[in-house]
Structure formats: structure tokens, C-alpha cells
Design a protein around this ligand. Structure first.
Ligand code: MN
Length: 333
């Protein structure tokens, strides 16, 4: 007997598939809905559009969507395949196969999580170690740098020719999820080289996705960074730095501007762990966590109801931000 109503129904644990079996599931589908996570980044959108393009070329009806916000972030508007995107309220109620990309849990689908139950079958394609395996089938490689890197391997076995359009989508996820090729492993640059060799403009893609902000970003950074706090004794003395972005700070700015702040805060030498509390609605906080080497922030985020990767994770919190900060410090030890 469980005390948690959300887990009262029988737990659904997806069946891990080999690449060849994934291809059979995809090729056998009569209609596919591809869902990206809420507050989408370039890895989930690049993955969704790349898979959408491939399915469309194979003559399989496909829709790609995400629950919120209601518009694609401006930085991703130049990606190929955006014609396959449909608004969340236009997503088919049911489809033969539902595929999620880069979504570590059903909750990351937002309001579109309802489509999971109504799909004939579902396939979870991801690289988050904390993935809760919520579909019928899954293809999860937590050693992959990006979900687009998982798709590149799938496309290779599927004999899909990775042309410039597909390469653009895959590169978008690779360059952003590796932090401009900082967090790499053997093979990362080989994949980047293959994608670049199709003729895509890697510098332009990176600039649009990572290095372009409206002028209003600068005063927002000024306000938010000037109120950052260093807590040297947090995380068993390894240090925590945190910053808060209130709705009033980010008014008129896009998600790219809000999401960029953690990349500055996390450079603090005196802190192993960094956190940015982003107010999504009054009293509602989306929290980004980063660590450098010795703290597993995915485990920290999971204890607070979220998930992610060892050095990059997140969760949501409600109430006063001081309470949320205290809860994080308590969890960090
Ligand atoms: Mn990703």
C-alpha cells in the first residue's frame, strides 16, 4: 500500500529495446506523435524535429509538439522541420505510437502527458540517467551527450541519410547539451565532424542558440547577479552559490535569457554546487542545479521531486523562495 496517490496505479515500467527493435516499432507505426519536454531546449526540439523529418520522409503521418510555452523559443525558430510542429491543443487525442524525446519523466510532458495513456504504444528516447521509464518501450542511453546523439546512432542503423537538414537538428542538440563541446566524451567530436561535413554552418547555429540575447538581458543579469549569495559551508563545506530570478526581473525576456543565468553563476570558484531559482509564476519556482565534480545533483534533484544528469539537474518548488533555498541547503547537507 502506497501513501502517495500519484503512484497508486500500477507502475508502468517500459521495456528497453535494442536499436533494431526501435526501428521496427517506428516503421510499423501508422501514425506517430512526437513530444518534446516543457520549456523546451535545443536538444528536445532538435530531436523531435529530426525524428519528425525522418518519419515524414518515410510516409508515416507525424506531429511534433510540446505542452508549454505556447510558442517555440525564438532561438530555435531557424531549425529545419518546424512545419511539423503543431500547437499543444492541436495534438491528436490518440495516435498509434507516441514517442517522447529528451523527457526524463511523464511530468516533463506537462499537459500533454494525457496523450501517453491514449496512445496505442509509447516509446521513450532519452539520455537522462534519472529517466523513470514511463512508456511501453524505451531507448535510453545515459552515457550519450545528447538525445540527438542517440538519434544519430538510430539513424545510422536505420540507413537514414543524415543530410544538412537532419544534421542541423542533431547539431543543435549536440552543441547545446555539451555546453559548446565542454562536456564531451570520445566520439563526440567525430559526430560533430560528420554533421558539419554536410555543409551546415556550425558557427551560425551556435550563435543563434547560445550567443544571442536582446539588450534587456544585460540589466536582468545585472540585477540577478548582484543579489547572488555564496554559502561556503553548504554541501559539506564544498560551497553553494545561488541566485534568484523573479518574474519582475525577467519580464519581457524569453526562456533563453532566463536559462543563461546558471551558466554564469556556476563559474563561481568557491562553490561546488550552483543553483538558480527561476520564478515561473508567483510562488512557483523552477530550479536549475549544477555541480563540478563531487556532488551528484541528479540525486539531489530527485530527492526534491525532479531529476537530470550527474552535473546538471533541476526540480520545481512552490512557496517562498527562502523556504525553497533552505530545503535545498538541507538536502545538500
Ligand atoms: Mn538533452
Amino acid at each position: 500500500m502506497t501513501h502517495c496517490p500519484e503512484t497508486a496505479s500500477p507502475a508502468l515500467v517500459s521495456q528497453p529495446l535494442q536499436l533494431q527493435d526501435v526501428i521496427e516499432v517506428l516503421e510499423g507505426a501508422t501514425s506517430v506523435t512526437v513530444l518534446c519536454h516543457v520549456q523546451p531546449d535545443a536538444d528536445t526540439i532538435g530531436s523531435g524535429l529530426a525524428l519528425g523529418i525522418v518519419l515524414e520522409r518515410k510516409g508515416i503521418p507525424v506531429q511534433v509538439s510540446f505542452a508549454s510555452p505556447d510558442r517555440l523559443p525564438v532561438s530555435m525558430s531557424g531549425l529545419p522541420g518546424t512545419d511539423l510542429l503543431v500547437p499543444a491543443d492541436a495534438v491528436a487525442e490518440s495516435s498509434d505510437l507516441l514517442v517522447t524525446v529528451d523527457c526524463g519523466s511523464a511530468g516533463r510532458l506537462g499537459a500533454l502527458a494525457s496523450r501517453l495513456d491514449r496512445a496505442g504504444r509509447s516509446l521513450v528516447i532519452d539520455h537522462h540517467r534519472s529517466n523513470t521509464r514511463y512508456g511501453t518501450f524505451d531507448l535510453i542511453d545515459d552515457s550519450a551527450e545528447a538525445t540527438t546523439a542517440v538519434l544519430a546512432r538510430l539513424f545510422d542503423l536505420w540507413d537514414v541519410e543524415i543530410d544538412a537538414d537532419l544534421a542541423h537538428c542533431l547539431y543543435a542538440g549536440l552543441v547545446t547539451d555539451t555546453g559548446s563541446f565542454r562536456w564531451v566524451r570520445p566520439g563526440t567530436h567525430d559526430l560533430a565532424e560528420r554533421l558539419l561535413a554536410t555543409g551546415i554552418d556550425g558557427a551560425d547555429i551556435a550563435r543563434r542558440l547560445l550567443d544571442t540575447h536582446p539588450f534587456g538581458w544585460l540589466p536582468m543579469l545585472g540585477a540577478v547577479l548582484s543579489s547572488a549569495v555564496l554559502v561556503p559551508d553548504a554541501a559539506d563545506g564544498r560551497g553553494l552559490v545561488h541566485a534568484v530570478i523573479r518574474c519582475t526581473d525577467s519580464a519581457g525576456l524569453g526562456s533563453e535569457e532566463v536559462e543563461s543565468v546558471i551558466d554564469i553563476v556556476r563559474t563561481t570558484a568557491e562553490a561546488e554546487v550552483s543553483a538558480v531559482f527561476k520564478e515561473s509564476a508567483p510562488g512557483s519556482w523552477s530550479v536549475s542545479l549544477r555541480s563540478k565534480a563531487s556532488v551528484d545533483v541528479a540525486a539531489v534533484a530527485e530527492r526534491l521531486g525532479g531529476g537530470g544528469h550527474r552535473f546538471a539537474a533541476g526540480y520545481t518548488a512552490t512557496g517562498a523562495v527562502e523556504t525553497a533555498i533552505a530545503a535545498l541547503r538541507e538536502t545538500l547537507g
